[in-house]
Design a protein around this ligand. Structure first.
Ligand code: GTP
Ligand code: MG
Length: 391
């Protein structure tokens, strides 16, 4: 696929502009690199099969049961918009919240489209090239940008001003996002086991907290399992989220093997009539074979306790990491069979075009998007609403 050199120059200029505007992506990257190194497991982590004695009855003494199951007033209630299943916020409305979350991407995309027209009066090759550069810089990716440009250029003659171009772009973006496969059917089993995976710092723990709160507010009984045993702080962080959401929380008293915690947690969920069990795992680089094997082992352990589980493998991707999210998704999918994705931190980046790129390039449903750090900053992904909030 050929990209005009002029577009690269235009992209670099725009990236430079991002830096000057102080967008979080460029600042955070350094911090995240540091976090990634310090948090990676040692190479000697065991990848053995789950021991057979785990098949025995769960040793309840090994599982801590904090008081989280007792509901208290501080727990967050998330009401849902009945039509869409999106969380409603009494003060600003769920759609307004989405718009606020996506404001950086919106500002970048729409202001620049206005700018394209301020320089010229009609659609010509130069304008189309600038549009192409704009889409690539917003992280739509080269392939998706080419698809969009092909369809737009067929109708470009009809376009007379910036608002018409925005409308045309919006229609084509919606068409790409609608093409995504449907989310898996919710199994009629109890517990429904959801294993949550992703690279370091992508937002797994936070998303589990948000999801648990969402399920609890739908009247479901949830349990959260800390199968991220790598850092004590990670377990504490998950415990705080469990309490906020009103979920039961399973952790090991000693530094146990993540697979055995996941195994015990599924057993505990079966014994305690839990509707949905969420299993948190440690962040890992998708390129680290040993750590990917460890995830497979967790998955096998869960299936040993409950045939058919995990019913979902949810991959959490950081929206501000750009096109790298695509290769992460491919490798996690290859190793584990990912059933759905969550794209987080879309509030912190002007490069929200990654959403379109992910829908276009991967055959895995994008189920939720994260637009902030608060418990109700998670929305079910809807192509139409996303596009409405963007333009
Ligand atoms: N702005 C914003 N921040 C988010 C979002 N989701 C998560 N975060 C933040 O991202 C950081 C990492 O989130 P975690 O949930 O700890 O990520 P993790 O994947 O569990 O990290 P590890 O367990 O260390 O691999 C935290 O500071 C979160 O508050 C989001 O949608 N928007
Ligand atoms: Mg975590």
């Amino acid at each position: 696929m050929e990209v005009n050199p002029r577009i690269f120059v235009e992209c670099s200029k725009r990236i430079e502009r991002f830096k000057n505007m102080g967008f979080g992506f460029f600042k955070k990257k350094k911090k995240k690199d540091k976090k990634t190194t310090s948090m990676e497991h040692g190479p000697g982590e065991s990848t053995n099969e789950v021991k057979l004695e785990q098949e025995k009855e769960i040793d309840e003494n090994q599982i801590e049961k904090p008081a989280a199951a007792e509901k208290n007033d501080s727990q967050v209630k998330i009401s849902e918009d009945p039509g869409t299943g999106l969380p409603a916020d009494s003060q600003t409305g769920f759609f307004k919240r989405l718009k606020i979350g996506l404001s950086k991407t919106r500002e970048f995309l729409t202001t620049d489209i206005d700018e394209l027209f301020s320089k010229r009066k009609k659609i010509d090759d130069a304008l189309m090239e600038d549009l192409e550069a704009l889409l690539i810089t917003s992280d739509m990716g080269v392939e998706t940008t080419m698809t969009l440009m092909d369809s737009i250029s067929k109708e470009a003659k009809k376009v007379k001003d910036a608002s018409q171009l925005k409308e045309l772009l919006k229609e084509n973006i919606i068409a790409i996002m609608r093409d995504m496969p449907a989310p898996p059917e919710i199994p009629a089993v109890k517990p429904r086991v959801i294993m949550v995976v992703g690279v370091n710092g992508s937002g797994k723990t936070t998303t589990i907290g948000k999801l648990a709160a969402r399920f609890e507010s739908q009247g479901k009984k949830t349990l959260i399992a800390a199968a991220d045993t790598f850092r004590a702080a990670a377990i504490e962080q998950l415990g705080v989220w469990a309490e906020r959401a009103g979920s039961e929380f399973v952790r090991s008293k000693t530094k146990a093997d993540p697979a055995s915690i996941a195994f015990d947690a599924v057993g505990a969920s079966m014994a305690r009539d839990i509707d949905i069990a969420l299993i948190d795992t440690a962040g890992r680089l998708h390129t680290n074979i040993n750590l990917m094997e460890e995830l497979k082992k967790i998955k096998r352990a869960v299936a040993k306790k409950m045939p058919g589980a995990p019913h979902e493998v949810l991959l959490i991707l950081d929206g501000s990491t750009g096109q790298n999210a695509l290769s992460q998704a491919k490798q996690f999918h290859e190793a584990l069979g990912v059933t759905g994705m969550v794209l987080t931190k879309l509030d912190g980046t002007a490069r929200g075009g990654i959403v379109v790129s992910i829908c276009n390039s991967l055959n895995i449903p994008l189920q939720y998007i994260g637009i902030g750090e608060k418990i109700d900053d998670l929305q079910k992904f809807s192509p139409e609403r996303f596009a409405d909030a963007l333009f």
